[in-house]
Write a protein that binds this ligand. Structure first.
Ligand code: DQA
Length: 141
């Protein structure tokens, strides 16, 4: 069975409670269930969430020696600041798709710099709960 790693950065564990007008009312668990129901048995999704930059770096490094067909990453606020996550993403030899639930270019100026995206194969932003599914599906074609 093919598998993908889905990495979620800081504050994404608070989905559902956090700015629902921006991120919707679904929790991270709802998002998992929705995405898994869409991909059904085509791919195994392994979900990881951390609020800590170094833990996210270590998880990406670990993925280097694991057997994923792709990594989907929502770095949360670290997307705008983290050279360390950017550098870890560059280590991977498989597609790394960066996702954002919100349309970051419609938001505050500080969200317009996507530092980590420079190391991503592709980015997907603004499709709300569909965003992860669209990114995953792009790798299944
Ligand atoms: C986000 C956008 C980021 O700017 C923000 O810091 C997040 C969530 C998104 O999914 O839209 O935590 O990555």
């Amino acid at each position: 069975m093919k598998k993908m790693l889905i990495i979620n950065g800081p504050n994404l564990n608070m989905l559902g409670q956090r700015e629902p007008e921006v991120y919707g009312k679904d929790t991270l668990d709802d998002l998992k269930k929705f995405t898994e129901s869409k991909v059904q048995n085509q791919v195994l999704l392994e979900w990881y969430q951390s609020n800590l930059e170094g833990e996210i770096v270590s998880r990406i490094q670990k993925a280097h020696s694991e057997d994923y067909m792709a990594v989907i990453i929502n770095p949360g606020g670290y997307a705008h600041t983290s050279v360390a996550i950017h550098d870890a993403m560059k280590i991977l030899k498989i597609p790394v798709i960066e996702v954002h639930l919100s349309q970051v270019y419609k938001r505050e100026d500080f969200r317009h710099t996507l530092l980590t995206a420079k190391a991503a194969t592709a980015i997907m932003s603004g499709f709300g709960k569909q965003t992860y599914y669209i990114a995953i599906n792009s790798q299944l074609q």
